[in-house]
Design a protein around this ligand. Structure first.
Ligand SMILES: Cc1ncc(COP(=O)(O)O)c(C=O)c1O
Length: 393
């Protein structure tokens, strides 16, 4: 399909491969392997497999290929590789491109597992890692060196919702020859223009908005054909982090409704942020799509909209945060985001529990902070639920 179509059209049709039955809904090729007509055909395929020739599901599978091609079209990337989870995508992208002795610069505002990969795994294998405040371009400038091989950041940080300037950081990183890997989960493919803004590699946890219905884990790495096929694929297919065909089918169907869901969730996130302004129980309401956010202009220029997640910081600390969360009637308490159901998370005691307290405070993960991932329920119902729970505090 031509690249000129809009994301929404690619999300429905991109990458489709029909079997001899001409099915409307994409087929699940629930097979680990493929039969060869002859021994010679098997030998030929192992020497060089063509675009639609498959060998083993750890290497590739028709349903997985449909998902990869569809999301590459949506993202405007040359190619994609689907992974078993978002963390398989983050760790695969970084470990496939790095070697002992390399230097990496990363923003410090990271999801707990991303922090573990950068701070523990890479360091254990002899990679030097420098952490910076991702919102401070002077810190990026000071940390980048001629031997910096890669730069990593979450374009909108989890859960403090700080926005990193993709275009500016890519400019600085490329000046020293470093590859830029962007974890773009909070932007979602709907509000992403990361490749056009200079990112070399974009990763998503498909578990979030792409599935969007809480069913399956998945991830994806997007980039140039050369990087995906010659650097990432050999690493992933031999280390085993590939996506299962069944999960690829879930993600493929998730992509079809992605934009409709994410735009509705974003509208509700803005409506809630507006409704809670000045509430006496709140110290701050953080939402990059609201003019009260310090990086509102950057967010608007980079993503267009503020995304599906906001964070509420309650004045009364952990006690007030727990009281608020427990008083909610529609929103559920869990730790995913981007779901059709509104989900609240208390990061300090769950997703970011492993960070030492001083580090959490530095990243704005206060005891009163509650992350709210807006679902697709009725906006007025959600505003009402959040206001009544704040009033209960
Ligand atoms: C920013 C970010 N990156 C990566 C991940 C990891 O994704 P997964 O849980 O699919 O491995 C998450 C999950 O919460 C996340 O929020």
């Amino acid at each position: 399909m031509t690249n000129k179509r809009s994301k929404r059209t690619h999300a429905v049709h991109g990458g489709t491969r029909r079997s001899q039955y001409g099915e409307v809904s994409e087929a699940i090729f629930m097979t680990q392997g493929f039969v060869y007509e002859t021994a010679e055909a098997a030998e030929a395929r192992f020497i060089s497999a063509g675009d639609d020739e498959f060998i083993y599901a750890r290497y590739g599978n028709p349903t997985v290929a449909m998902f990869e091609d569809r999301i590459a079209l949506i993202e405007g990337a040359e190619d994609a590789f689907a992974t078993a989870s978002g963390m398989a995508a983050v760790s695969g992208a970084l470990t496939s491109m790095l070697k002992a002795g390399d230097h990496v610069v990363s923003s410090s505002a990271l999801f707990g597992s991303c922090h573990y990969v950068l701070d523990e795994v890479l360091r254990r294998f002899g990679v030097e890692v420098t952490f910076v405040d991702g919102t401070d371009l002077d810190q990026w400038r000071a940390a980048l060196r001629p031997d910096t091989a890669a730069v990593f950041f979450e374009s909108v940080s989890n859960p403090a919702l700080e926005v990193v300037d993709i275009r500016a950081v890519c400019g600085l990183a490329h000046a020293v020859g470093a590859m830029v890997v962007v974890d773009n989960v909070f932007a979602s493919p709907v509000y992403s223009d990361a490749i056009a803004q200079g990112a070399d590699v974009v990763v998503y946890s498909a578990t979030k908005h792409i599935d969007g219905q809480g069913r399956a884990l998945g991830g994806v790495v997007l980039g140039t054909r050369d990087f995906i096929r010659n650097t990432l694929e050999p690493y992933m297919k031999h280390t085993g982090g590939s996506m299962s065909p069944f999960n690829a089918w879930i993600m493929l169907k998730g992509l079809e409704t992605l934009e409709l869901r994410v735009r509705a969730q974003t509208d509700s996130a803005l409506a809630v942020t507006r409704a809670v302004q000045g509430h006496p129980a709140l110290a701050r309401a953080l939402y990059p799509g609201h003019e009260s956010h310090p990086q509102f202009d950057l967010c608007r220029a980079q993503m267009g909209k503020g995304g599906t997640v906001l964070s509420l910081d309650l004045k009364g600390g952990k006690k007030a945060a727990f009281a608020f969360v427990n008083a909610l009637e529609i929103a559920v308490i869990s730790n995913n985001l981007g779901d059709a159901k509104t989900i609240v998370t208390h990061p300090a005691t769950t997703t970011h529990q492993r960070l030492p307290e001083d580090q959490r405070m530095k990243l704005g993960i206060t005891p009163g902070l509650v992350r709210v991932s807006m679902g697709i329920e009725d906006t007025d119902d959600l505003v009402g639920d959040i206001l009544q729970a704040l009033d209960a505090v």
